[in-house]
Design a protein around this ligand. Structure first.
Ligand code: PMP
Length: 404
C-alpha cells in the first residue's frame, strides 16, 4: 500500500505556501526535497556525535567513523555493489565524473584515443571529457538519437573503433526522461573490451539499481537527487578499475605514509577520498536511502509510472503543446513548449500559481541544439507528487496559454 498522505507528511516543505498558494514542487530533477528523517539525522549528529572521522582514538571520533562507514555499507547494499571498497564518497555526480575523466584518461588513454558519450548528456558528462581532451588530445564521439529521444543503437555499435577506451552515458536523461538501455549498452561495449560509466544522477531515485546486474564499470550519483543532503555523492567503481587508477586529489586520508622522498597511498576506497569527508552528509544520505528502501524502490517506480502515464495524457491534451522526449518507458520528467510562449514566461507565470518548474537548457545545450530549440519548460516528478498536482500543472499551463 503506497501511503501518499504519509509520504507527503514526511516532507515538511511540501505543506508550505508560496504567494499564498499551496506549493506544487515539480523541480525534482534539479533537486529533491528532504524527509524529516534525513534532516533530523543530520541535526542529531551535529548535536551529539560530531567529531572528525578515522583519526581519533576518542569516543566521539569512533562513533562518527562507525556512522560514516555504516553509511558506505548502506550505499553498497542500495546499489548492490560487491564490496564497500568500491564505494567512493565524493561531492556529487559532477565530481565523480571529473574524478574518472581525470584519472582514467591519465592511466588508460593516450592521444587520439576516444571516449563516447550521448547527445542527451548533462554538461557534467561532457565538459570533464572536453577538459581531458584538451589536455591529452582525446577525441569525443557522440551517440545520436531519434526524434522521440531514443538513442540510435545501430549508430552506437558503429561508433566503436580500436581507439574507443570508454563509454560514458546517462542512465536517464534529465531533460527527455529517456531511460537508456544501459545494460545492453554495457554488454555491447564489453564485447569490444570497453568499460562503461553510467551517470545515475537521474535514475537513482526512480529505478532500483543493481550495478552488478548492469555490469557497469562505474556508476555515479548525487545524494541530493535521492532525498539526501547536498554536497555528497558516490562513485561506484569495480575494484579492478579503481585499483588501476591513480589518486585524484592529494591530502589527508588518502595516504599510507608520507615523506619528502616518497609517499604511498591508502587502500580502496580511501585512496580517492582526500581530506575530511562530509561524514555528516554521508550519514544523511544513508538515512535517505533507508527512507526510500522502507517504501520500496519497486513500489516507488510503479507509483511514478502511473503518475507518468497520467501526466502524459493530461499534458498531451493541451492544445499547442510540444513534448520533448517520448521514448517508451520514459521517466517522470516532462520537457515542453506551448505555442510560441517563451519558456521563461511560462515558468514565471506558473511560479506565480505556486508551481515550481525549471526553464532553460537544463545543462544540456548540445541536446537543445539537436532539438533546434533554446530551452524548454521542465516539470519533473518525485515519489511525493500526486495526480492532483499534475492537474494543477495542466490547469496552470492552460491558464497561461489563454493569457497569451
Ligand atoms: N548528470 C545528470 C544526468 C544530471 O541530471 C545532473 C544534475 N542535474 C548531473 C549530472 C550533475 O549532478 P550534480 O550537480 O549533483 O553534480
Amino acid at each position: 500500500m503506497y501511503d501518499i498522505a504519509q509520504i507527503r507528511a514526511d516532507f515538511p516543505i511540501l505543506s508550505r505556501q508560496v504567494y499564498g498558494k499551496p506549493l506544487v514542487y515539480l523541480d525534482n530533477s534539479a533537486t529533491t526535497q528532504k524527509p524529516r528523517a534525513v534532516v533530523e539525522a543530520i541535526t542529531n549528529e551535529y548535536y551529539s556525535v560530531n567529531a572528525n572521522v578515522h583519526r581519533g582514538v576518542h569516543f566521539l571520533s569512533q562513533q562518527a567513523t562507525e556512522l560514516h562507514e555504516a553509511s558506505r555499507e548502506t550505499v553498497r547494499r542500495f546499489i548492490h555493489a560487491r564490496s564497500a571498497n568500491e564505494i567512493v564518497f565524493t561531492r556529487g555526480t559532477t565530481e565523480s565524473i571529473n574524478l574518472i575523466a581525470s584519472t582514467f584518461t591519465e592511466a588508460c588513454m593516450k592521444e587520439g584515443d576516444e571516449v563516447m558519450v550521448s547527445v542527451m548528456e548533462h554538461h557534467s558528462n561532457i565538459v570533464p571529457w572536453q577538459l581531458a581532451a584538451a589536455r591529452k588530445g582525446i577525441v569525443l564521439k557522440v551517440i545520436p538519437m531519434d526524434d522521440q529521444g531514443v538513442l540510435d543503437m545501430e549508430a552506437y555499435r558503429k561508433l566503436f573503433t580500436p581507439r574507443t577506451m570508454l563509454v560514458s552515458v546517462a542512465h536517464v536523461s534529465n531533460t527527455l526522461g529517456t531511460v537508456n538501455p544501459v545494460r545492453e549498452m554495457v554488454a555491447i561495449a564489453h564485447s569490444r573490451g570497453v568499460p562503461v560509466l553510467v551517470d545515475g544522477a537521474q535514475s537513482i531515485s526512480h529505478i532500483p539499481i543493481d550495478v552488478q546486474a548492469l555490469d557497469a564499470d562505474f556508476f555515479v550519483f548525487s545524494s541530493h537527487k535521492v532525498y539526501g543532503p547536498t554536497g555528497v555523492g558516490v562513485l561506484y567503481g569495480k575494484e579492478k578499475w579503481l585499483d588501476r587508477l591513480p589518486p585524484y586529489q592529494g591530502g589527508g586520508e588518502m595516504i599510507q605514509t608520507v615523506s619528502f622522498e616518497r609517499t604511498t597511498f591508502n587502500e580502496l576506497p580511501f585512496k580517492f577520498e582526500a581530506g575530511t569527508p562530509d561524514y555528516i552528509g554521508t550519514h544523511g544520505l544513508a538515512k535517505a536511502l533507508d527512507y526510500v528502501s522502507a517504501i520500496g524502490m519497486d513500489e516507488i517506480a510503479a507509483y511514478e509510472r502511473e503518475l507518468t502515464t497520467y501526466a502524459t495524457g493530461r499534458l498531451n491534451a493541451i492544445p499547442g503543446i510540444r513534448l520533448f522526449g517520448e521514448a517508451p518507458g520514459k521517466s517522470c520528467v516532462f520537457s515542453f513548449l506551448v505555442g510560441n510562449i517563451h519558456h521563461l514566461d511560462m515558468g514565471t507565470l506558473l511560479d506565480r500559481l505556486g508551481i515550481a518548474v525549471r526553464t532553460g537548457h537544463h545543462c544540456a545545450q548540445p541536446l537543445m541544439q539537436r532539438l533546434g530549440i533554446e530551452g524548454t519548460v521542465r516539470a519533473s516528478f518525485a515519489l511525493y507528487n500526486t495526480k492532483e498536482e499534475v492537474d494543477a500543472l495542466a490547469a496552470g499551463i492552460e491558464r497561461v496559454r489563454r493569457m497569451f
